[in-house]
Design a binder for this molecule. Structure first.
Ligand code: CA
Length: 220
């Protein structure tokens, strides 16, 4: 999943980015609101973490502008004593909030909640046929057996499993796996798919020629 992070505090932003990356998320981090709005128009993200106190443009304005055209799940970061700001944020379309200072594990948990809610899912376990992914613990099992995956392999499989009946194009998968400005080999997605097929068998991830990949929920 690719996350858009908008936070002007360098220490906090760096801490969040590191924690997200460790949790197999791809992160694009901006310190200014107008850059974030631009990014949402040009790239695809799975969710946004938005600090409401930004230097250039008020975080609330960013939120309102985004909500004019986008249903991207948004988690806002607000000060502990700013009750009214929090309420305004939720009313303006934020999906949830985290109070500063926060525990990074809590932030990650809330992020999982808003992304799975956007998919209409109540549980943190994703099941597609014989494949099961626990998003909280990152454990993956296939036909009842645990499988160990690399970070990008996990991220790729998760994207496919989140949209089990959809064909995801190679460029889209690439953009979800790699952030802006990251060096990407032209065959990166194919290489990860190749490794996943070695671990999960050949039938789960189907190639849709000329377009991309799709999970087969009937694969055995
Ligand atoms: Ca701030």
């Amino acid at each position: 999943m690719r996350i858009l992070l908008v936070e002007d505090d360098p220490l906090l932003g760096d801490g969040i980015k590191t924690a997200l990356a460790r949790d197999a998320y791809t992160v694009d981090w901006f310190t200014e609101g107008h850059h974030a709005i631009e990014a949402v128009h040009n790239e695809s993200f799975s969710a946004m973490i938005l600090d409401l106190g930004l230097p250039d443009m008020d975080g609330m304005t960013v939120l309102e502008r985004l909500r004019e055209a986008s249903s991207l799940p948004i988690l806002i970061l607000t000060a502990r004593d700013a009750v009214e700001e929090r309420i305004r944020g939720l009313d303006a379309g934020a999906d949830d909030y985290v109070l500063k200072p926060f525990n990074l594990q809590e932030l990650l948990a809330r992020l999982r909640v808003i992304t799975r809610r956007a998919e209409g899912r109540a549980s943190h376990t994703l099941t597609v046929g014989a494949l099961s992914i626990d998003e909280a613990s990152h454990s993956v099992s296939w036909q009842g057996l645990d499988v160990t995956l690399g970070r990008r392999e996990y991220a790729l499989l998760l994207e496919l499993a989140r949209h089990p009946d959809k064909v995801l194009s190679r460029p889209r998968l690439e953009s979800l796996l790699y952030g802006w400005g990251e060096e990407v080999a032209s065959n990166a997605v194919e290489v990860h798919v190749h490794h996943l097929r070695k671990k999960l068998g050949k039938s789960l991830i189907m190639t849709v020629r000329g377009i991309g990949y799709r999970l087969d929920r009937h694969a055995t």
